[in-house]
Write a protein that binds this ligand. Structure first.
Ligand SMILES: Cc1cc2nc3c(=O)[nH]c(=O)nc-3n(C[C@H](O)[C@H](O)[C@H](O)COP(=O)(O)OP(=O)(O)OC[C@H]3O[C@@H](n4cnc5c(N)ncnc54)[C@H](O)[C@@H]3O)c2cc1C
Length: 320
C-alpha cells in the first residue's frame, strides 16, 4: 500500500470493526497490534448483545446501531453471528428496562418460566456472537479491502504511529492504560466455562446493574458457554480453576443438567473498564489521534455504533 491514511492500533473487536468501516469508505488502513485477533481479549467474550455494562451518553445509540448490523449479519449468515431467543431475569422485583421492551420478541415471563430464585424476567431475541470465527471473518474482510496488518509488537507511544499515518485510531482496549497513558482504565478479568451443550437452544442471562458473579448461559451450537465473573484490578487473563468451579456450581444449582456435562474448555479475558468510554478526537497539531477504547463489558455490543462515529470523525479530518 502507499502511505496509509490511518493507523489503527489494536486488532480486537474495536480495532477490526473500525477498520472495516473505514476501509468500506475508501480509507487506506494499516493495523498494528501486539495481539492478533484470535489472541485478543475480544476472542474470550461470550458474546451477547447487551447495552448495560459500559457508560457513555451515546451507549443507547451505539447499541441500537450495532443490533441492526448484527441482525443483518445473522440473516446473511456472517460467520459467528446468530439471533437467539432467550430470557433475562432478575432476583429482585424490578421492572423490565426500557431498552428490553423495544427488542424483537419481548414478552414478560410468567412465574413458572423463571428458574428458582428469580422473581422477574422477560423474553427477547438478541444477537449472540461466536467470537473466534467472527473475528477471523472481520479480519478477512479487512484484508479483502486492502488493509495491511502487523502483529506481535507492543507500541510504547501513540505519536510513534504518526510515522505510519497522519491519523492514529486508538483501539487498544485495556492496553490504553499504559499506551495513552490513561490511569482511569482498569482491568476487570472475566471468565467463561465451555461445556458440551446438554440441549439449551435459548440463552439465559441474569439481569444485574453491575458486572459481577451473574449467571449466564450462551448456546454456541454444540457448546454452551457459562458465565460469569468480574474480578476488578486483575490484569492476568489466564483462567482461574477456582473461578471456573464457582461458575459451574452457580449455573448447576439452577440448571442441574449442567453438573454432569463435559467441560470442553475455559476462556479468560480482560474487560477494559473506564468510568466513561473514550471516543473522541485529540488534536496534535497537523496530526490526529481518535480514541475508541474503554468499552468495559459491552465492547462487542457497541462495536458497530462506535465504528460509525470514529469513521465520521476520520472522514471529516480527511476532508471527505
Ligand atoms: C469473559 C468476557 C465476556 C464478555 N462478554 C461480553 C458480552 O457478552 N458482550 C459484550 O458486548 N462484551 C463482552 N465482553 C467485553 C468485550 O469483550 C470487550 O469490551 C471488548 O472485547 C473490548 O475490545 P477491544 O477491541 O477494545 O479490546 P481488546 O480485545 O483487548 O483488543 C485490544 C487490542 O489492542 C492491542 N494493544 C493493546 N495495547 C497495545 C500496544 N501498546 N501496542 C500494540 N497493540 C496494543 C491488543 O494487542 C489487541 O490487539 C466480555 C469480556 C470478557 C473478558
Amino acid at each position: 500500500m502507499d502511505r496509509a491514511d490511518v493507523l489503527v492500533v489494536g486488532a480486537g473487536v474495536s480495532g477490526l470493526t473500525t477498520s472495516v468501516r473505514l476501509a468500506e469508505h475508501g480509507v487506506r488502513v494499516l493495523i498494528r497490534a501486539e495481539a492478533a485477533p484470535a489472541d485478543t481479549n475480544s476472542a474470550a467474550a461470550g458474546a451477547i448483545w447487551d447495552p448495560i455494562y459500559a457508560e457513555h451518553p451515546r451507549v443507547p445509540a451505539w447499541a441500537e446501531a450495532s443490533y441492526k448490523v448484527f441482525s443483518r449479519m445473522a440473516l446473511e449468515n456472517f460467520p459467528g453471528v446468530r439471533l437467539v431467543r432467550g430470557v433475562e431475569a432478575s432476583r429482585l422485583p424490578i421492572t423490565s428496562p426500557g431498552w428490553a421492551r423495544e427488542l424483537p420478541g419481548f414478552k414478560e415471563c410468567t412465574t413458572d418460566e423463571l428458574p428458582a430464585g428469580f422473581v422477574h424476567g422477560w423474553h427477547y431475541t438478541a444477537p449472540i456472537i461466536d467470537m473466534p470465527p467472527y473475528l477471523a471473518a472481520l479480519q478477512a474482510m479487512t484484508l479483502a479491502y486492502g488493509a495491511e496488518m502487523h502483529f506481535g509488537e507492543r507500541m510504547t507511544s501513540l505519536p510513534d504511529g504518526f510515522a505510519d499515518a497522519p491519523i492514529v485510531v486508538n483501539c487498544s482496549g485495556s492496553g490504553a492504560r499504559h499506551l495513552v497513558p490513561d490511569p482511569t482504565v482498569q482491568p476487570i478479568r472475566g471468565q467463561l466455562v465451555a461445556i458440551k451443550n446438554p440441549g439449551h437452544q435459548e440463552f439465559f442471562a441474569e439481569h444485574t446493574e453491575q458486572l459481577g458473579e451473574m449467571i449466564y448461559l450462551l448456546p454456541q451450537g454444540d457448546l454452551l458457554l457459562l458465565g460469569g465473573s468480574a474480578e476488578e484490578g486483575i490484569a492476568d487473563p489466564k483462567p482461574d480453576p477456582l473461578v471456573a468451579d464457582a461458575i459451574m456450581k452457580r449455573c448447576g444449582d439452577i440448571f442441574p443438567e449442567i453438573r454432569t456435562a463435559e467441560v470442553v474448555g475455559h476462556r479468560g479475558g480482560i474487560r477494559p473498564s473506564r468510568p466513561v468510554i473514550r471516543l473522541e478526537h485529540e488534536n496534535r497539531g497537523d496530526r490526529h489521534i481518535v480514541h475508541n477504547y474503554g468499552h468495559s463489558g459491552a465492547g462487542v455490543s457497541l462495536s458497530w455504533g462506535c465504528a460509525d462515529d470514529v469513521t465520521e470523525i476520520v472522514l471529516g479530518l480527511l476532508g471527505r
